[in-house]
Design a protein around this ligand. Sequence first.
Ligand code: GTP
Ligand code: MG
Length: 659
Amino acid sequence: MIRISSSCCTSESGGKNKSPYDMTIAFIGNPSVGKSVFFSRLTGVGVEVSNYPGTTVALKRGIVKARGKTIEVVDLPGIYSLGTTNEDEKVTKRFLIEDRPDIIVNVLDASRLERNLYLTLQLLELDIPMVIALNQVDLAADLGILVDADGLSELLGLPVVPTVATRGIGLDDVMLVALAEQGKTQEHHRVGYSQLIRQALSSLDYAFPNVPPSVKTAALLDDAEFVDLCCMPPEANALLSSARRLRKNLEMEHGISVPETVARDLYGEAGYIVDSVVSRFEPKKSLREKIDAILTSPNFGIAVLISALLLTFLLVFRVGGFLETWIVDEVFEPYVIQPAEAVTSDMPPILGNLIVYSLRGVEAGFAIAIPYIAVFYAILSIFEDSGYLTRAAFLLDNLAHKLGLHGRAVIPLVLGFGCNVPAIMAVHALGTRREKRIASVLISLVPCSARTVIILGLVGTFVGFWPAVSIYVLEMFIIVSLGWILGRSLPGQKSGFIMEMTPLRKPELKSTIKKTWMKSREFVYIAFPLLLIGSAFLGVVDALGLLSIFQDFVEPISVGLLGLPSFVVTALVFGILRKEMALQILAVLAGTANFAAILTPVQMYQFAVITTIYIPCVATIAVLKHELGTKDTALIVSFTTLLALGMGILIRVFGPSFL
Ligand SMILES: Nc1nc2c(ncn2[C@@H]2O[C@H](COP(=O)(O)OP(=O)(O)OP(=O)(O)O)[C@@H](O)[C@H]2O)c(=O)[nH]1
Ligand SMILES: [Mg+2]
């Protein structure tokens, strides 16, 4: 057992050229192999770990101390190859070249070795010392797959350590081996390309003797970014133009496509290695396969999906609602709000309002938001970790294609139900800019957990469960229609990316609790200061009589067009800061959380639909701007505002017939 002490220092991006640490170890591998489990177990830093590809979207750094050394560990987004198709591949390549880690720990999923080895073979060409963590051997054994680690080590010429990251098995050994490999020249395996590629590479060898093999292969594949990063401009240009000439020759004279031949060679070699080191036996458990077959069958699977969604909302509604009532009625009102009102009744109005409004803000955060958000995240975490999220994506693949998206975009869309911000960040793993634009617009309309607070806390509690569900149906209808229109009208390249199905596993209670806790805590840190300041500000503004001036000013819209009480518009303005704040501020303004006393069912429905659709919250606007630019973001803000206004008017006109 080695002693590892850790400190949590993470940064989101690269850019370190001279390292202040004794060594840097980078965890690299395909998506969902367990890199982040390694990282968080080693550093103690709580990074997101989930059973769907593309969980880690930015490079994360942490520090551990082992054997008297200060080691920087880096968790990278999962990639399938060192190609040029997506941002994650570029981030990884840039990191490998600019930061040049001392050791790569290439994490492999033992149950999907062939696919994983493709990247391993590419990494070998970089000539950076490497250790293989053969992870998920437990799952592989369950599936009847046994990998001969020693045989693999011999074939690759690298140390191979079998691991089960989730149980911490083999982690110490990986670190020990990595420490021992630092600075060593490894006599590792080289890819045996087919003859024509070999010839092309050796003629580049002749002309550019000092350029490493990985750069020559990249040049032959026309990966200009990689070549530019590795060579000085004159040499890079000369290498790229020689490689282009060679590629053209090969394509004209021999009729082969160089990228296809290189890919075939790599897969061929990966296949050969797998044949030599993998043995299969009849797995013990086939129950998993039976469940999987049901979950992914076209008709039954969809029925399970719809039931799962309904059950989710029912659970969030029932458990969240129960907790909300208990916290408001049994804790806050008798022990906090009423005593505070009694104490402040003799104070000057500004001071009295400042205190009471602030406390109502805290009450709204604890009572209205946390119960729903925590229950929602607990369920979402079970969906993620069980592998159900990727099955949902698979089932909805057809529908996604109709919306101009790939099935994989379903994952960010579903994550959007939790929070739009990480969901929009996750779109960067999608293939094309066109797909990113469509997915981002649609995600910003997905009812996130903050909007769920409003839908369930207001309409679910005071109008009824089914009217609340109907808001989700309405939202889905808007999202599907908009996606359909955008899919047909937006120009750009369509993506043919293959989605990987992550294995079905039993979610772990510990992981569910940890994730729910992390996300709820994040909510408290981010939302509560805003909530307190917002409520206090509102109290002062109200005491000064400024609130009514603003409300009178927008009355033609709020009262005239929408038929809502004038104070509602103030709540809507606060909703731009954070969506659930709209409801919390509404409670503060109304002086009660019993919304039925101040609004009709139609008005509550209108309020919930408008807050769900209009302007994404500021955090979402910020990531939209980062991913899509100012123009697209401004378009989304204007479009959603108009759409919300239109829907508000429609509900005012037609709502009374239904509610
Ligand atoms: N059974 C089993 N599950 C594992 C093991 N290691 C990781 N997992 C699970 O695999 C899933 C993916 O783990 P992550 O650490 O998020 O994977 P990652 O490589 O960081 O994935 P990306 O961030 O998407 O690139 C999670 O559900 C983990 O609990 C293991 O050794 N055995
Ligand atoms: Mg990760």
